[in-house]
Design a protein around this ligand. Structure first.
Ligand code: ATP
Ligand code: AMO
Length: 434
């Protein structure tokens, strides 16, 4: 390993080796500067041409932008330097020369379109404001994991190659598995439910889900990261409490540990952890409030799914995160339990951000006979789900849970305009590589 000092740690008086990318070379004649960038920031490297070894000057100033170099020398205070210090080099090692023509400009002086950025993600992530998104994404996942631990969950990993879908047949990616038909998993739904009946009782998973969404929208991906929770002996209200805890923990983690990144993204002034309880509106109230906004051409009636414009109108009206509860049973999946006193009404809920849906969840149907009936009502063959339903005959406790779209959480938290900006290598209809 190279014994190096990060640029942010280089202090006047140090004899240090800094290593990173050539951000810029400014040649002013008698004096020239190489601005070297690493993950922590930048440092100015000073070349006083007449006073320095010719070969050293040639190497340092002849290198193309974005090449990787290691510079060793004395760190000195210099008020005119961008960071207040500079390094006078004794040696410059070129570790990797970059082509003179770059597909995008990491210094950000020339803007690039999203496809160009995604095709050259390595270069794109040299920009502090792009890197900041992924550092914050990592903090969101770290805080979520910690919140799950506080809730007493065990982290699980379930298969992504599966025999059946769960969230509706049209969105499945079929694959061939040793001559048999198989699918990429749309959700860990059935597996996480199977685990609440195991000795684990309360589990979470952060992993990929695959949806063959045909449409191309700024908030859908074909491969997304789902943050899933499921607990034995929870009802839908307990599950909403847990959901609120995890979402708030993610905001708190970012507020506490990502100050620099928020500043880089120019969000430091407006960033707020949602406070107070997320309001819980019933589906009925939600459609009434949407209708009252007058934003839709036609009035919503019981049984309609909430259209995107309706969600937006309600989001503006509520002004923060909110739950929509008590959905009509007919528009929720088979595994969601109905209310005991009203079969038309489900315990399903969604957590909404004013811009879009973040979470779906609910209490689950844990009674074997009712579960099998639900399959039949949804036109699914219970036999092909035998591996799942069977376990409901051997002691499956009442339980509830939810799934949170990881990229949507990042996107709404950071006000990104396109969900693709929240994924390193997004998968969409046009994009299979890189
Ligand atoms: P100086 O006497 O400070 O070295 P100068 O007037 O003799 O500067 P040059 O040495 O050729 O001229 O410097 C050219 C430009 O670079 C000047 O505008 C100067 O202010 C600036 N400059 C010189 N040294 C530094 C430094 N270490 N960091 C940032 N800018 C500098
Ligand atoms: P659902 O299908 O609503 O529910 O998905 C849960 C959450 O996952 C995110 N999401 C997506 N994000 C980006 N692109 C997509 N194509 C995409 N599809 C889903 C959304 C959504 O709210 N099994 C249930 C969850 C449960 O009940 O526990 C499920 O998958 O943020």
């Amino acid at each position: 390993m190279l014994d190096r000092t990060y640029t942010a740690d280089a202090e006047p008086g140090d004899h240090a080796t800094v290593a990173g990318w050539v951000h810029e070379i400014r040649d002013l004649g008698g004096i020239a500067f190489l601005i070297l960038r690493d993950k922590t920031g930048q440092i100015q490297v000073k070349f006083e041409k007449d006073e320095m070894d010719e070969e050293l000057v040639e190497t340092g100033l002849g290198v193309h932008r974005e090449s990787v170099v290691a510079v060793t020398g004395e760190v000195e205070e210099e008020p005119r330097a961008p960071t207040g210090v500079e390094i006078t080099p004794e040696s410059v090692d070129v570790l990797a020369e970059a082509d003179p023509e770059l597909p995008l400009d990491p210094s950000g002086k020339v803007d690039a379109e999203l496809p160009t950025r995604l095709n050259n993600r390595t270069l794109d992530l040299r920009k502090p404001e792009v890197k900041a998104v992924f550092e914050i994404r990592a903090e969101i996942l770290r805080s979520a994991r910690e919140a799950f631990r506080e809730l007493g969950c065990t982290e699980i990993n379930t298969p992504k190659i599966v025999a059946t879908g769960t969230e509706g047949g049209t969105e499945l990616f079929p694959i061939t598995y040793f001559g048999k038909e198989a699918f990429m998993n749309q959700s860990p739904q059935l597996f996480k439910q199977l685990m609440v009946g195991s000795g684990l009782e309360r589990v979470f998973e952060i992993g990929p889900i695959f949806r063959a969404e045909e449409h191309n929208t700024p908030r859908h991906l074909n491969e997304a990261t789902s943050i899933d929770f499921e607990s034995a002996f929870f009802d839908h209200r307990d599950a909403m409490d847990a959901c609120e805890h995890v979402v708030k923990a993610a905001y708190e983690g970012v507020a506490e540990n990502c100050e620099a990144q928020l500043e880089t993204l120019d969000l430091d002034d407006e960033f707020e952890t949602p406070d107070g309880e997320f309001p819980r509106l019933s589906y009925e109230e939600a459609i009434e409030r949407i209708n009252a906004t007058g934003e839709l051409d036609t009035q919503l009636v019981w049984g309609d799914d909430l259209p995107t414009e309706g969600e937006k109108a309600l989001g503006d009206d509520v002004g923060g995160h909110y739950f929509v509860t008590d959905w009509p049973s007919e528009i929720k999946p088979f595994y969601i339990k109905d209310h005991d006193d009203d079969e038309e009404l489900s315990t399903g809920f969604d957590l909404m951000h004013p811009r879009m849906e973040l979470v779906s969840g609910g209490q689950r149907e844990h009674r074997y006979d009712r579960l099998v009936e639900g399959f039949e009502q949804q036109g699914l063959d219970p036999d092909s789900f035998d591996y799942y339903t069977k376990m409901f005959r051997y002691g499956m406790p009442p339980h509830a849970g939810w799934g949170l779209g990881g990229e949507r959480l990042v996107m709404t938290m950071l006000d990104l305009s396109n969900i693709r900006e929240a994924v390193l290598f997004p998968r969409d209809r046009q994009r299979l590589s890189p």
